[in-house]
Structures are given as structure tokens and as C-alpha cells.
Design a protein around this ligand. Structure first.
Ligand SMILES: NC(=O)c1ccc[n+]([C@@H]2O[C@H](COP(=O)([O-])OP(=O)(O)OC[C@H]3O[C@@H](n4cnc5c(N)ncnc54)[C@H](O)[C@@H]3O)[C@@H](O)[C@H]2O)c1
Length: 431
């Protein structure tokens, strides 16, 4: 019996290591087709999952009903699995260098429980070569087994987009790769249990790693171009979104828009590529320039708001600004690597008092991560309002709502262009 058949018959279990935005939906999908060990080191989150809830608030509670899954932090439990999928974070450190601690930590856990005939598939976003050069040698060292013969490995990057329900794991074409023909076929079959869309079989693990990282790098560079254009159009007195609507009427104009690039994918992954390139003595120029532009946008927005406050006759010192939204993007609770915080810090550097509201973000987490106290509701009047994140519930707000919260005619900085064409009386600015 092959390992795939054993998984189908629940004789072999799937172990998912790292139950976050990527790992938990994957583990839950498998848990309706196979027997799953869900492994994580965050005991608090495990407790929430054991009550049938997703700590990331992405999954409906009914996904947990009748799911064959054990939530655990015990290596003894993890040892019961035969097909391991690693979905832990791959962040950067304060110097924008890859921080492989979670990935190598998870690899260590798997290495300690790996058995002959097992499979290990990585889903975490990494630079090309990371699986074979950094992870597999550690698996071999800790298990005493030989990769390719005693155990097989592969890489299958995740493409989910938290906060949106269209491009789900099930419905999105997925890339799979393996260390040889046999593993490629087995890994493909196992993923086909949960992915209804076609699979793309990449020829090598490195190709699959590279494919994932350039998906996000391409977005990053294109958004950087839009941000640079936005800075330029600002000086020309042209609204960027008006320009994009016009240019977008050409059949091959790509629909990107300016904005903050935060979170732990698009703003982080290119640094993995930059790091690997430097190791190979190539200094990325386009990719690095994109990162530099995008990382500077929070400061740029903050300064613009300060200029508008001063131009309205109010000194920046002790001016009051409301920031709407702190999550790294719309309609999610995730605040990691939020670039809205850069706007806030810029304003605070000028002595501005900033109030922050967000219907999705967890106030305790905001306090812990950024030392900021979220307000439950606006407490106007404000000298300026910044609509920083395009949460659905902000979309229907009207000018009279903003005017009620403002000093005098007020200033609205509309980062995502949500209210374009709808603001007549206030001083209006968007990227
Ligand atoms: N979130 C996304 O939209 C998305 C999309 C595609 C790819 N990715 C990539 O997928 C990977 C995971 O991202 P995420 O957003 O799910 O991360 P996450 O932070 O939401 O979740 C990761 C989980 O891993 C756990 N963890 C950390 N170290 C561990 C260890 N040593 N052993 C076991 N568990 C450990 C954490 O406790 C957490 O629950 C990253 O490489 C990311 O770049 C993320």
C-alpha cells in the first residue's frame, strides 16, 4: 500500500506544523478527508482551536465539526504522522534579513520524529534553495535518515489570501514539487484530496520556491511603481486614481494601485530573494528599489498630513488626528508588520496626538505589538482624519460623517481612494 492509500484509509496521518493563517485552513481541509495531527507551539491558540474556533478568525466554526484532527504541541503526538506539512512563519529580522528560526525550529521537531518512508512538504515562503540547503540537511542530521531514499520531501507554496473568500485553498490552482518523480506524484495526489483546482507540477523544488517568491515580488515592485507615480502626480496636482482609471482602459494596462505594503508576505518575501541574491554576489536593483519605495510610504503619508494641518493654520504640535484602520490590509484582524504604524510614528514625531480605531484589530494585540491604545470609537473633533485601511464598513461613510468629527472644514487623507469624487467641502488628499 502506498502512503497515499494509507492516508486515504486513515492508516497514515497527516501532520501539519504551524496552525496559522496558512496551516490551519490546510489542516482543517485535510481533516475532512484524512486523519490529521495539528501541531503548534502556541498553547493559547491550541486551546482556542480545541473549542472549535479559529484564533485568526478566518474559518467558520462549522469547519471544525466532524473534523478528524488532534490539536497538540506534543512531539509524541506528532510522531504518529507520516506525511508532514510545514507552514510556519518566515519573517525578517530588524535588519530585513530572513529569520529562519521558526522554520528551522519546525524542521527540528519533524527531524526528531521522522521515520523511514515519511514525507515532508514545506509550504512556508522561502528563497530558492532553502528547503534543500537549510531544511533537508537538518532533517537528515536529526533523523539519521537519508533524504530521497529513506524519506521524501517536497515544496508546495500557499496562495491563500486572508480576508477574501474567492481564492480559497480548494479553488486555487496550487504548485507542487517533489525531490523525485515518485514523490512529485504522491505529493500531487495527497494535495488533490483537498485542492479541487488543477495542480501545477513544478520540475524541481527550487522552481516551486522561486515561483512563490516572485509572485509576491512582482506585486511589490508594481505597487512601488504606483507609489512612486503617486508621489510624482501629487507634485503635479493630479489624482493618481483618476490617472489609473484612464490608463486602465487600455487592454494591457495592469491594474495595480498605490498603497501601504505591510503584512508578512508582499512586504517581506522580496527580502528573502534580495538576501539570496546577495549571497550569490548579485545586488538586486529593481527589487530593492521597490522595497525602498514601499517602505517609505508611511513616512511620506504622515508628512503630507502634517503639511495639510499646518496649511490649515493649526500647528502640528498637539494637533489631533484620527487614523481609521491599523490592520495590514482590509477586512482582516492581522496587524503584523502594519505600515499604518509608520504613519502614526511620523505624526507623533511632529507632536501630533493620534487616535486609532479599527473594527477588526484586537486591542490587546495592538497594545502588545505597538504600545498603542485603540479607541472603541472616534472622539472628535480632529484636525485631520486618515482613512488608512479599506475595511468594508468604512466604504459607506459619507462626508457629513467626517465633517461631524472634524475641526472646521476638516482634512481627509484617503489612502486607498475610497471616497474619491464624494468629498466636496473638506480638504481632500489621496495617494
Ligand atoms: N498568511 C498568508 O496570507 C500567506 C499566504 C501565502 C503564504 N504564506 C506563508 O506561509 C507561511 C506561514 O504564514 P502564516 O501567515 O500562516 O503564519 P502565522 O504566523 O499565521 O502562523 C504560523 C503558526 O506557526 C506557529 N509556529 C511558529 N513556530 C513554530 C514551530 N517552531 N513549530 C510549530 N509551530 C510554530 C505559530 O505559533 C503560528 O500559529 C509563511 O512562510 C508565509 O510567508 C502566508
Amino acid at each position: 500500500m502506498t502512503i497515499y492509500e494509507e492516508i486515504l484509509n486513515k492508516k497514515a496521518k497527516i501532520g501539519v506544523i504551524g496552525l496559522g493563517y496558512v496551516g490551519l485552513p490546510l489542516a482543517m481541509a485535510f481533516a475532512h478527508k484524512a486523519s490529521v495531527i495539528g501541531f503548534d507551539i502556541n498553547e493559547e491558540h491550541l486551546d482556542v482551536m480545541r473549542t472549535g474556533k479559529d484564533p485568526c478568525k478566518e474559518l467558520d466554526d462549522n469547519v471544525f465539526i466532524n473534523a478528524d484532527i488532534l490539536f497538540t504541541s506534543s512531539l509524541d503526538d506528532l510522531a504518529k504522522a507520516r506525511f508532514y506539512i510545514v507552514a510556519v512563519p518566515t519573517p525578517i529580522d530588524k535588519n530585513n534579513k530572513p529569520d529562519l528560526k521558526p522554520l528551522l525550529g519546525a524542521t527540528k521537531s519533524v527531524g526528531q520524529v521522522l521515520k523511514k518512508g515519511d514525507y515532508v512538504v514545506y509550504e512556508s515562503t522561502v528563497y530558492p534553495g532553502c528547503t534543500e540547503e537549510d531544511c533537508v540537511p537538518l532533517l537528515e542530521k536529526l533523523s539519521g535518515l537519508k533524504a530521497g531514499t529513506d524519506f521524501k520531501f517536497g515544496y508546495s507554496p500557499e496562495r491563500i489570501n486572508p480576508g477574501e473568500k474567492v481564492h480559497t485553498l480548494q479553488k486555487t490552482r496550487k504548485i507542487v514539487s517533489g525531490c523525485d518523480e515518485e514523490s512529485l506524484s504522491v505529493i500531487g495526489k495527497v494535495y488533490s484530496l483537498v485542492v479541487e483546482a488543477d495542480l501545477h507540477y513544478a520540475p524541481t523544488v527550487k522552481v516551486a520556491e522561486a515561483a512563490k517568491i516572485i509572485e509576491n515580488t512582482q506585486r511589490d515592485v508594481n505597487i512601488a511603481l504606483m507609489n512612486e507615480l503617486s508621489i510624482l502626480f501629487g507634485r503635479m496636482g493630479i489624482n493618481t486614481y483618476d490617472v489609473l482609471s484612464a490608463a486602465g482602459t487600455k487592454w494591457n494596462f495592469m491594474p495595480f494601485s498605490p498603497g501601504l505594503v505591510g503584512g508578512h508576505c508582499i512586504g517581506v518575501d522580496p527580502y528573502y530573494l534580495v538576501h539570496k541574491a546577495a549571497e550569490l554576489k548579485y545586488h538586486t536593483q529593481v527589487i530593492s528599489a521597490g522595497r525602498a519605495v514601499n517602505d517609505s510610504m508611511g513616512g511620506y503619508i504622515g508628512k503630507n498630513v502634517v503639511k495639510m494641518i499646518i496649511a490649515s493654520g493649526k500647528p502640528a504640535m498637539n494637533a489631533r488626528v484620527l487614523v481609521m484602520g491599523i490592520t495590514f490590509k482590509e477586512n482582516v484582524a492581522d496587524i503584523r508588520n502594519s505600515k499604518v504604524v509608520d504613519i502614526i510614528h511620523e505624526l507623533q514625531d511632529f507632536g501630533v496626538n493620534v487616535d486609532v480605531i479599527d473594527p477588526f484589530a484586537d486591542p490587546d494585540e495592538v497594545k502588545r505589538c505597538y504600545g498603542l491604545t485603540l479607541k472603541a470609537r472616534p472622539e472628535g473633533p480632529y484636525n485631520a482624519i486618515i482613512a488608512a485601511v479599506a475595511h468594508d464598513e468604512y466604504k459607506e461613510l459619507t462626508e457629513s460623517h467626517f465633517l461631524e468629527l472634524s475641526v472646521g472644514k476638516g482634512i481627509l487623507a484617503d489612502i486607498k481612494g475610497l471616497y474619491r469624487g464624494k468629498i466636496q467641502k473638506m480638504t481632500y488628499w489621496s495617494l
